[in-house]
Ligand binder design. Structure first.
Ligand SMILES: CC(C)(COP(=O)(O)OP(=O)(O)OC[C@H]1O[C@@H](n2cnc3c(N)ncnc32)[C@H](O)[C@@H]1OP(=O)(O)O)[C@@H](O)C(=O)NCCC(=O)NCCS
Length: 171
């Protein structure tokens, strides 16, 4: 299986919407991506697709968010990520995350926040965000709200509340 991991291109948006619809069995995540894409927190290099035989089978998006503590700290939200069910558990999701982490580092971001499966993200270095006293604005169990430092000690002293932009509140 030859998977290509690459940045989203202009004509990919319908396929990305469909990948999310299939993976989540609803349209909320596809709509979230469309809202983020139109807004100021979108980073084109961090909308990444996995392609197999010219078909998009997976997608991951990282967009700008803030941690509001003693001052405002820029971070990234990993959301959403999706792989079409029949292509799951083949390592495609892992490739998307690793590639996104590398690109985020390259672009100079120093942390990523995710709300997600507690068994999945720690494999890539994510830890429970409460470890840094970083709080989630949504009511979710502590262990699903995670963060990763992309540079050493990037989150130390950045205790605060994560502010998701309005795009997220409409989900
Ligand atoms: C979460 C999601 C994106 C993961 O994508 P994926 O491509 O299945 O991820 P991976 O293949 O990298 O890893 C999934 C599992 O397969 C295992 N795996 C990886 N490569 C494998 C391979 N070659 N053969 C068999 N299993 C493999 C991984 O170890 C992992 O194991 P786990 O079940 O113990 O965690 C996908 O399941 C999905 O779209 N889910 C629905 C939407 C969703 O929940 N999104 C995330 C919201 S937080």
């Amino acid at each position: 299986m030859r998977i290509t991991i690459r940045e989203e291109e202009e004509n990919d948006s319908i396929q990305i919407y469909d990948v999310n619809k299939l993976a989540f069995q609803q349209e909320n995540e596809g709509k979230l991506i469309e809202r983020i894409r139109k807004g100021e927190n979108f980073i084109p290099e961090l909308s990444i697709v996995a392609e197999l035989d010219n078909r998009i089978v997976g997608h991951i998006l990282f967009s700008k968010i803030k941690i509001v503590g003693d001052s405002d700290y820029e971070s990234l939200a990993l959301a959403p990520m999706a792989v079409i069910p029949e292509f799951q558990k083949k390592g495609i999701g892992s490739e998307l995350i690793k590639s996104g982490i590398n690109k985020a580092k390259e672009l100079g971001f120093d942390s990523i926040i995710v709300i997600g499966h507690k068994e999945y993200y720690p494999k890539f270095g994510f830890q429970i965000a409460s470890r840094w006293d970083i709080k989630c604005p949504f009511e979710v169990p502590d262990e699903v709200f995670m963060a990763i430092e992309l540079t050493e000690k990037a989150l130390e002293g950045k205790a605060g509340n994560v502010e998701y932009p309005d795009e997220f509140n409409e989900v």
